[in-house]
Design a protein around this ligand. Structure first.
Ligand SMILES: Nc1ncnc2c1ncn2[C@@H]1O[C@H](COP(=O)(O)OP(=O)(O)OC[C@H]2O[C@@H]([n+]3cccc(C(=O)O)c3)[C@H](O)[C@@H]2O)[C@@H](O)[C@H]1O
Ligand SMILES: Nc1ncnc2c1ncn2[C@@H]1O[C@H](COP(=O)(O)OP(=O)(O)OP(=O)(O)O)[C@@H](O)[C@H]1O
Ligand SMILES: NC(=O)CC[C@H](N)C(=O)O
Length: 562
């Protein structure tokens, strides 16, 4: 029996468009002789729909579209569609109003509904806010069109439902374990319909986890993931299937829509090996592919075809420009060079070399005269004060203003270029270089910015060599270097990693051998910079803990060092 996997890229809320894409996938599935088509979690509305779900009319529209969609599915195909279902007992029993569900369409009718049981409510996930957990696991039977074969019993799970293999994790994440229940019913196959966002190394975890579960429960698993960028989240696709023996029997290409077909062999009671895309070898390639997809989808889903950014000749803006070229095409990226009297000569020549390498359009706007006009206007207020950070930051604010003016004039998307290390310690200017619609590398630490640029240059020079080897500088005053204000980036990033990703205390980081005073300085900077991060543009998430929807910190707080 052949089963098709549709790795779809829905637009959140664009129910009709998403339904059409499911319809197209159904046609392809039938051409591939599949009897069953799997689509991702919430494939009809896109994941995560967030507070759109609080509108009763949105939920009604979803149901109406689902009924319409059912009528268009060929009779010889069964389809699993992800959507939300109203909870009839919500009002009387004080329960959540909706279920996160999978609907089974067969013979053009809605035959069966499965509810998600394990609702992730951590990091970027907020499913408890909307959904009631399903009480039980369930399966459906699918008759094969091959004569003399018994129908297949297929267990249905939704994303997080399979993230509770306590043997794999070394602990129980939830009380229930849906796959265990399904195996008790004697299912032949488990399908998992997911919307699992990317973070570095996550595909390795998904594959290891499901290989473990398949072997442990002696049941093959087909995992179908959403693909595409939705605001800060990037869904990498990478759908795959694991045989009963715990071997990969299919892997779709990541970072693009795909429809793949896999066969369940009823004699062997296992999946046959099908197309297996190579898994990406380096973390740099993974992160690069994710950022390109994230930027491309953010721009196109928000209606932008062109992007603009300030080019300083530094490594951050250079990397963002290269990502933008890959995502939108070189003709759609505009770089603005804005030298000030403090800019070094190499910042201009390096910026120009980058423009040449990338083949993008650029303009130079020298900001010296504007700086003088600001100084003159502020003179009555600033007289008898020392020249300081406020004056330095004016350059950044002038640049931010000019960039936003051009973006506004021509309908471009302004890309901000701050990296995660800067965002962590507040080494960036509000309403200055933080201006922008999308923060492309705000979840990429500075040390990773360097390794990404080196990786990008592996075949030919994309980022001019000098940009990679020169010491980073904000160039807001003469001879300024980042390292005058911050610890060396390898130390800063190592401490930030422990603090942010591993939730370590000052004591623990000190015990790991880092300098106590440096750690305390960094912790204080991170805490103080919360007000900046709250006002930063949405940033593409590539780590397991980004300064985005999953980062919820108080601003006006007074936390003691631990
Ligand atoms: N809790 C809070 N809630 C709301 N607002 C708060 C606040 N605390 C301070 N503020 C406000 O924010 C101001 C401080 O923030 P802000 O004005 O951004 O500026 P600030 O953090 O003082 O300075 C920016 C720093 O970033 C560095 N830097 C590095 C790399 C590039 C760039 C660049 O611009 O290209 C800059 C620059 O050298 C300087 O050290 C305060 O003066 C106050 O007005
Ligand atoms: N001279 C400039 N011309 C155009 N844009 C600039 C200029 N200086 C700064 N910017 C903008 O402000 C951002 C922040 O500047 P900053 O110097 O921190 O970063 P960078 O130059 O990209 O990288 P690095 O931190 O390695 O210097 C830049 O990425 C760029 O978008
Ligand atoms: N949509 C979900 O249930 C996602 C949760 C899951 N653990 C993941 O990130 O893959």
């Amino acid at each position: 029996m052949k089963i098709a996997i549709a790795q779809l890229n829905p637009i959140i809320g664009d129910i009709e468009n998403n339904a059409q894409n499911i319809c197209k996938a159904a046609e392809i599935a039938v051409q591939g002789e599949a009897q069953l088509l799997l689509t991702p979690e919430l494939s009809l509305c896109g994941y995560p729909p967030k507070d759109l779900l609080l509108n009763a009319s949105f939920v009604e529209m979803l149901w109406a579209e689902l009924e319409k969609l059912a009528k268009t599915i060929p009779n010889n195909l069964t389809v699993l569609v992800g959507t939300v279902i109203e909870n009839p007992n919500a009002y009387n029993e004080g329960k959540k109003p909706l279920f996160n569900s999978i609907v089974l369409i067969e013979n053009q009718t809605i035959k069966q509904i499965f509810h998600k049981r394990l609702l992730p409510t951590y990091d970027v996930f907020d499913e408890d806010r909307y959904f009631e957990p399903g009480k039980e696991s369930n399966f459906f039977q699918l008759s094969s069109n091959i004569p003399n074969t018994k129908p297949l019993k297929i267990g249905v799970t939704i994303c997080e439902d399979l993230w509770n293999d306590e043997e794999f994790w070394g602990k129980r994440n939830y009380e229930n374990n849906p796959i265990q229940d399904l195996v008790k019913y004697g299912v032949d196959l488990v399908v998992n319909l997911s919307a699992s966002p990317y973070s570095v190394g996550k595909q390795k975890i998904r594959e290891a986890m499901l290989k473990h579960s398949a072997e442990r429960y002696q049941v093959p698993i087909i995992y179908t993931n959403q693909v595409g960028g939705n605001d800060d989240l990037i869904f990498d696709g990478n759908s795959f299937a694991v045989s009963r023996k715990g071997e990969i029997s299919l892997r779709a290409k990541g970072y693009q829509t795909a429809i793949e077909v896999i066969e369940y062999d009823q004699n062997n009671e296992d999946l046959k090996t099908s197309y297996i895309a190579n898994s990406i070898e380096t973390e740099e390639e993974e992160i690069w592919s994710s950022l390109v997809l994230g930027l491309k989808d953010y721009a196109t889903k928000c209606g932008f075809s062109k992007a603009i950014l300030g080019l300083s000749g530094g490594i951050d803006s250079s990397l963002v420009a290269a990502i933008a070229v890959e995502a939108l095409g070189k003709e759609n990226v505009l770089g603005i060079l804005m030298p000030s009297p403090y800019s070094s000569s190499h910042s201009i020549s390096d910026g120009e070399a980058l423009v040449n390498n990338l083949g993008i359009n650029s303009h130079t706007l020298a900001i010296g005269d504007v700086m003088k006009a600001y100084d003159l206007l502020l003179e009555p207020l600033f007289k008898n004060t020392e020249f300081g950070v406020a004056e330095e930051n004016l350059q950044s604010r002038i640049r931010g203003n000019l960039l936003m003016a051009i973006a506004n004039k021509f309908g471009h998307l302004l890309l901000s270029t701050g990296n995660k290390s800067e965002m962590a310690v507040g080494y960036c200017t509000l309403y200055g270089d933080m201006n922008g619609g999308l923060a492309v590398i705000s979840d990429v630490p500075k040390t990773r910015v360097f390794s990404l640029c080196k990786w990008l240059n592996r075949h030919q020079e994309v980022i001019p060599h000098n940009i990679i080897v020169k010491p980073p500088s904000a160039e807001l005053k003469p001879d300024q270097l980042d390292q005058d204000s911050l610890p060396a980036y390898d130390i800063l990033d190592a401490i930030l990693d422990r603090l942010i990703h591993r939730h370590q205390s000052v004591k623990e980081i000190t015990a790991a051998g880092f300098d106590y005073d440096t750690i305390c300085k960094i912790v204080k900077l991170v805490n103080r910079a919360e007000f900046k991060r709250k006002q930063a543009p949405p940033g593409l998430k590539v780590s397991d803990r980004a300064f985005g929807t999953g980062w919820r910190m108080p601003i006006a707080s007074r936390r003691k060092l631990d």
